[in-house]
Design a protein around this ligand. Structure first.
Ligand code: HEM
Ligand SMILES: *[C@@H]1O[C@H](CO)[C@@H](O)[C@H](O)[C@H]1NC(C)=O
Length: 325
């Protein structure tokens, strides 16, 4: 009798710990989360993304990058969308982020059908997937149920990955979000689409290691092309992250790394670093392996630091650019 009572209290302690763990405010998203409350959400978001990308296809890469930058600061909680003189979007790490109007448009469409139900963080996750599909990339199911965060501060972006980081620092930054070396290499494959501003790579052309010379690992054909795009160290033009096919999803990004044609130094180092070079070769050799790993890694990225209904610290924002009041 005494033993079984002790046993029951032992079990209930674990049950309470289990409940606490699952109500801590950070938890998993689920498939079909809005199937009752907003059944058309995916269609509505997709039609906004399609409309804007058909007018300006540079918005497809922009939307993918926006979701990544959202997830790396306070988790995927729409904090990157909050406006303010010192919010995340004003930080140097977020220079050049675009596509905000697509998210606002999708949010307006969703609010018209199911007001107060769908988070901005979920819209970002859906839009990133839809953008990849429009570039002829792979598709995947996006689990939903993220809440929008309540704060956004430029200083919280200090740990964002930078193209000037070493691979070991990038690996540390990814590991801090629960992302592996494989995730690092596969997610960097997002650079199969889009462009970068000269200021992220012009030092490789003119002042590498402050020598006044160019980066010796850069292919001479790229060197000459890039010097034409960025005539000086301070030029502000844009060049393709994936030489030759910046508008189309493929695995040429990994082949370009192997041929010395990666634009960013961090992308180039993924090929030469012992911890990541093998993965770069593997993805260069197989588009389907890149695609399937990318999709798996995007699902992980989309679950970083997610706030869910169960706990505090989040809300369904009525407008993506401001918290509710
Ligand atoms: C490994 C760490 C990463 C670094 C250091 C990095 C760095 C950069 C930089 C410097 C740019 C150029 C931005 C501009 O000039 O507008 C860029 C663009 C881009 N990044 Fe990354 N990135 C990383 C990882 C990722 C990840 C994980 C994703 C998404 C899954 C991503 C998606 C993109 C896309 C799509 C663009 C093109 C944006 C556009 O054309 O507007 N990046 N990245
Ligand atoms: C330099 O890039 C070109 C493609 O632009 C490629 O054909 C060539 O093999 C590359 N050179 C080296 C040394 O990898």
């Amino acid at each position: 009798m005494a033993i079984s009572r002790a046993y029951i209290s032992f079990l209930s302690t674990f049950f309470i710990l289990f409940l606490l763990r699952n109500n801590g405010g950070v938890g998993a998203t689920t498939l079909g989360y809005y199937s009752e409350s907003c059944p058309n959400v995916e269609e509505i978001v997709k039609s906004s993304v399609e409309f804007f990308v058909s007018n300006d296809n540079s918005l497809a890469p922009a939307l993918l990058r926006l979701h990544f930058h959202d997830c790396f600061v306070h988790g995927c909680d729409g904090s990157v969308l909050l406006e303010g003189s010192s919010s995340e979007m004003s930080a140097p790490a977020n220079t050049g982020l675009r596509g905000f109007q697509v998210i606002m448009d999708a949010k307006a469409g969703v609010e018209a059908r199911c007001p107060g139900v769908v988070s901005c963080a979920d819209i970002l996750a859906l839009a990133a997937r839809d953008a990849v599909v429009l570039t002829k990339g792979p598709s995947w199911e996006v689990a939903l149920g993220r809440l929008d965060g309540l704060k956004s501060s430029a200083s919280d972006t200090n740990d964002m990955p930078s193209p000037f980081d070493s691979i070991s620092l990038l690996a540390t930054k990814f590991a801090a979000k629960g992302l592996s070396l494989e995730d690092l290499v596969a997610l960097s494959g997002a650079h199969t689409i889009g462009q970068a501003d000269c200021h992220f790579f012009s030092y490789r052309l003119y002042n590498y290691g402050t020598t006044g010379a160019s980066d010796p690992s850069l292919n001479s054909s790229s060197l000459n092309e890039l010097k034409a795009i960025c005539p000086s160290l301070s030029s502000n033009n844009r060049a393709a992250l994936d030489k030759g096919s910046r508008q189309t999803w493929d695995n040429a990004y990994y082949k370009n790394i192997g041929a010395g044609n990666a634009l960013l130094e961090s992308d180039s180092k993924l090929g030469s670093d012992g911890s990541t070079g093998g993965l770069v070769s593997r993805f260069a050799g197989s588009l389907s392996e890149f695609d399937s790993t990318f999709v798996r890694s995007m699902v992980k990225l989309g679950n970083v630091g997610v706030k869910t209904k169960a706990g505090g610290g989040g809300e369904i924002r009525r407008m993506c650019q401001v918290t509710n009041f």
